[in-house]
Design a protein. Structure first.
Lengths: 100, 199
């Protein structure tokens, strides 16, 4: 076989592979999901380290999580005006926090 | 002659499995190693799927490169061909799992697309046909078998260790991924102790 024949064969194989990839993808999508697996979601504890932006779960699990296991204790917002909050400076000089 | 070649094959197999381990020495496929290596069942399922895809993609890609792309002078298209082969194989594996093994699909289904982007698969196939370091067919199969077995072994051991680590009280700063990375580092150092075997 001459060079042209090999080139044509290579192009044919590449096209064939592309067709196989597309057909298998379509078949995979069309195959019904087994019972009980309709709403599979990855466990954030398992998927937390993946940094692949191409991963279908990337946006879901790499959105900024406020105060979620960041290693820093975030100050809690007071629920009532009288509540004391850790890490917040006293508003008045004579406010010493808990006296006891 | 056969004996010498067999010894070389076995040494290559051991080397690719343990000493030049794909995860802890060559650092391919770390994403799935950390991501899935948290539960033993998921890790083993992932490992078996990766073994299948690596071995079959090496088996298919080697003849395509040597008997089609090289004679045609189209070696630069190798990555395109490899990716098409790997993507097709992953879809076919996923199709069979989805159709015939719901239990396996439940534990692995969401991670199946990640095998396509697992650089260990593409890395092995590329290494087999790397210009200047091209392996012959038996050695390329030793590379594929050894690498995939090494992947399976390490992800299994890693998952076992992490499962046990979950039961211990770890300092907060080390919980989760940090302690997992430290574990991987210790495992890598343990494997370094095997270097020199067969030299």
């Amino acid at each position: 076989m001459d060079q042209t024949g090999y080139v044509l064969l290579a192009i044919g194989i590449i096209v064939l592979l592309a067709v196989v990839a597309i057909v298998s993808y379509v078949l995979y999508q069309k195959t019904p999901v087994p019972k009980g697996c309709e709403n599979l979601e990855p466990d954030p504890g398992i998927c937390g380290a993946c940094l692949k932006s191409g991963c279908p779960f990337y946006p879901q699990y790499h959105a900024p999580k406020v105060g979620a296991d960041s290693g820093v204790d975030e100050p809690k917002k007071p629920s009532a005006p009288g509540d004391k909050v850790a890490g917040v400076a006293p508003s008045k000089p004579d406010d010493k926090g808990d006296a006891k | 002659m056969f004996y010498t070649y067999f010894v070389a094959f076995m040494l290559a197999l051991v080397s690719y499995t343990l000493i030049d381990n794909v995860l802890l020495s060559r650092f391919y496929g770390i994403c799935s190693f950390i991501g899935v290596g948290n539960k033993v069942k998921s890790a083993v399922s992932m490992g078996v799927a990766v073994v299948f895809v690596i071995v079959f993609s090496a088996l298919i890609c080697y003849p395509i490169y040597h008997f089609v792309l090289m004679p045609a002078g189209l070696e630069f298209l190798d990555t395109v061909v490899y990716i098409l082969v790997i993507a097709s194989l992953v879809q076919i594996v996923g199709l069979f799992i989805k159709k015939y093994s719901p239990a396996l699909y439940k534990s692995l289904g969401i991670y199946l697309p990640l095998i396509t982007t697992n650089c260990a698969v593409l890395g092995v196939v590329q290494e087999n046909t790397f210009p200047g370091k091209m392996l012959d067919f038996p050695m390329s199969m030793a590379n594929a078998f050894g690498t995939s077995l090494g992947y399976l072994l390490m992800i299994f051991v890693f998952a076992c260790i992490r499962t046990r680590l979950d039961t211990y009280s770890t300092p907060r700063a080390f919980k989760g991924i940090p302690i997992a990375l430290l574990t991987a580092a210790v495992m890598a150092m343990a494997l370094m102790g095997l270097s020199g075997i067969g030299a």
